[in-house]
Design a binder for this molecule. Structure first.
Ligand code: FE2
Length: 367
């Protein structure tokens, strides 16, 4: 058979997808986290992988899906949260803009699966299936082997269970709750995700009517997390919008690194924090480093992090900022506090061993 005879659409997809294969899985497995540090990898959107010196692996918002893949009928469902918010009916052109950097089915060790909320770009049925079917385990506070828990607010737990995750594998958290796993303590905090507030259970013509209602179920729908690690306290704000209550979280807890969902909101939409909001959040949380995330993933919300840098440089002296921003790349590693002084990430460039083996070139002056 010729090469062409062997090729099909399926063979192309299997040989190309996920784009990074198991490269990042291997990197995480092989990472030896030094005492007093925490290693983190950006999985895209708000997905972060944490690994600690005590061998605690935690994923937050690991998601393996994508957005639009066809123009379809060009319409958005009447009860979709974006339709609820702004009264639009035309399809949102949210195509996935970043590659898949992790293979959820190749994960060999994870100690807890966390979700900040139940929107589709923050939870993964594929990953849940792998964790359940492959029988991954962790240890409890007494060192006893237990199945890996799924941790999230009530609505996330309901979704996991709808997918088939057993109820006894799920831990429902609300603001104030604390869970200890190996050398990590996870504290659930208030979310300020107002897009979640206008998300209804049913979409379509029978959507729940929100007009005139004062919703009180934010804590059931979404949480933020403070992840206390031997390397510092990491604040994951999920898809929170800007809130003055970040200042309370900043007073209640020492925050070293804060992740904020940044994006260029289309006209008629307020879903992501702006550059100004990211700086205000960092200032309020009194963190040392702020890292924008989420702006990478949707084609219609992509944003330029240099806008944060320009505003930061304008404001830092007058407002005496005690933090600086760090600009990451999807698939990249950030170790805290080792990388604390870094301002931007670049993927490894390679060729470190240049000229250490014989060359094979016609003559040296070619170079
Ligand atoms: Fe999101």
């Amino acid at each position: 058979m010729s090469k062409i005879d062997k090729i099909s659409r399926e063979s192309w997809i299997m040989s190309t997808f996920p784009e990074w294969g198991t490269w990042l899985n291997e990197e995480i497995e092989n990472e030896e986290v030094k005492p007093g540090t925490v290693a983190m990898w950006w999985l895209g959107c708000t997905g972060i992988w944490f690994k600690t010196p005590g061998g605690c692996n935690i994923s937050v918002d690991l998601w393996c899906g994508n957005g639009k893949r066809t123009h379809g009928d060009g319409r958005m469902k009447v009860g979709h949260q974006m339709a609820n918010m702004c009264g639009a009916r035309a399809m949102q052109p949210n195509l996935r803009a970043v590659p898949f950097v992790i293979d959820p089915f190749a994960v060999k060790q994870v100690d807890a699966v966390l979700a900040t909320h139940y929107h589709q770009d923050h939870m993964s049925a594929e990953y849940a299936a792998h964790v359940i079917k492959s029988g991954l385990t962790t240890v409890d506070e007494n060192g006893k082997e237990i199945p890996v828990p799924f941790i999230g607010p009530k609505k996330s737990v309901e979704l996991w269970q709808k997918w088939g995750v057993p109820a006894d594998r799920c831990i429902t958290v609300k603001p104030g709750d604390s869970i200890k796993i190996k050398d990590v303590e996870i504290i659930a905090l208030d979310s300020f995700d107002r897009t979640c507030i206008v998300t209804t259970d049913s979409q379509g013509p029978d959507r729940e009517e929100l007009t005139g209602k004062c919703p009180t179920d934010m804590d059931d729908k979404a949480v933020n997390y403070l992840i206390k690690t031997p390397g510092g306290n990491i604040y994951h704000s999920g898809d929170s919008h800007y809130s003055i209550y970040f200042a309370k979280h900043g007073k209640d807890y020492d925050v070293d690194v804060a992740f904020g969902s940044y994006g260029e909101n289309p006209v008629g939409m307020a879903d992501k924090m702006t550059s100004c909001d990211i700086l205000r959040m960092a200032e309020a949380l009194r963190c040392k480093v702020v890292i924008p995330i989420h702006y990478d993933v949707w084609t219609n919300f992509m944003a330029d992090v240099n806008e944060i840098k320009v505003l930061y440089d304008m404001k830092k002296d007058r407002l005496e900022y005690g933090f600086h921003p760090f600009f990451w790349e999807v698939g990249g590693k950030y170790v805290y506090p080792t990388d604390q002084e870094k301002r931007a990430y670049h993927h490894r460039r390679g060729f470190e061993d240049c000229f250490e083996a014989p060359q094979n070139i016609p003559f040296r002056s070619l170079l």
